[in-house]
Design a protein around this ligand. Structure first.
Ligand code: NAD
Length: 172
């Protein structure tokens, strides 16, 4: 069985790595859909699809995971067609793995097998928490694999998020 994991990975963190490692141990390979691929340079989606692809690829290779396929997937404004959109873009898959309620529902309604994964340190291993810590200049290094930390440094990602959090309005 070939599994598909779709996520925004803004950014890819230790919880994602833990999940991908478990999936690859169980199924031997994984397809990773990089969702909201059209998004970047916002506080919710600071990194481009290419930057996220780079972070994930470097991390998985450093962790000895080589049997993976990365597929950027843009959002579409019709949830009922989203799974067909993925099927048209991704290599064939038999099971979708997701803890996201909307994602699970859309795959189930499209007749796909869905597995809900266990969570690993969800309170801190969370994209939202990492982006918050970066914006508030708190320590976030320990929440991501070293390759992701280095990639974000390389693209000046911390300053990007700090700039995105600013405004030029006088009365905030
Ligand atoms: P995410 O990066 O938050 O999570 C990716 C996966 O990792 C999820 O299954 C999540 O449950 C799991 N995960 C997160 N933290 C974890 C942890 N600590 N331990 C273990 N597992 C953990 O991404 P997401 O929000 O689920 O991404 C869904 C994507 O699908 C988005 O890009 C969204 O826009 C897209 N989408 C698009 C449409 C559309 O275009 N119509 C519809 C539905 C979803």
């Amino acid at each position: 069985m070939r599994p598909l994991l779709v996520g925004r990975f803004q950014p890819f963190h230790n919880g994602h790595l833990w999940l991908v490692s478990r999936i690859v141990r169980e199924y031997g390979s994984i397809i990773i859909g990089i969702g909201s691929a059209q998004e970047s340079h916002t506080l919710v989606n600071p990194f481009t699809a290419g930057e996220r692809q780079y972070m994930i690829q470097r991390t998985l290779e450093s962790n000895g995971i080589h049997d993976f396929y990365l597929v950027p997937i843009e959002d579409i404004y019709r949830n009922s067609l989203w799974v067909s959109h993925i099927v048209a873009l991704a290599p064939p898959f038999d099971v979708a793995i997701s803890g996201n309620p909307l994602v699970k529902r859309l795959f189930q309604e499209a007749g796909k097998k869905v597995i809900e994964p266990e969570m690993h340190g969800r309170e801190t291993y969370s994209g939202q928490e990492i982006r918050r810590r970066i914006a508030e200049k708190e320590n976030w290094k320990d929440l991501v694999p070293p390759e992701v930390y280095r990639s974000i440094q390389e693209i000046d990602g911390e300053n990007r998020i700090l700039d995105l959090a600013k405004t030029d309005e006088v009365n905030k």
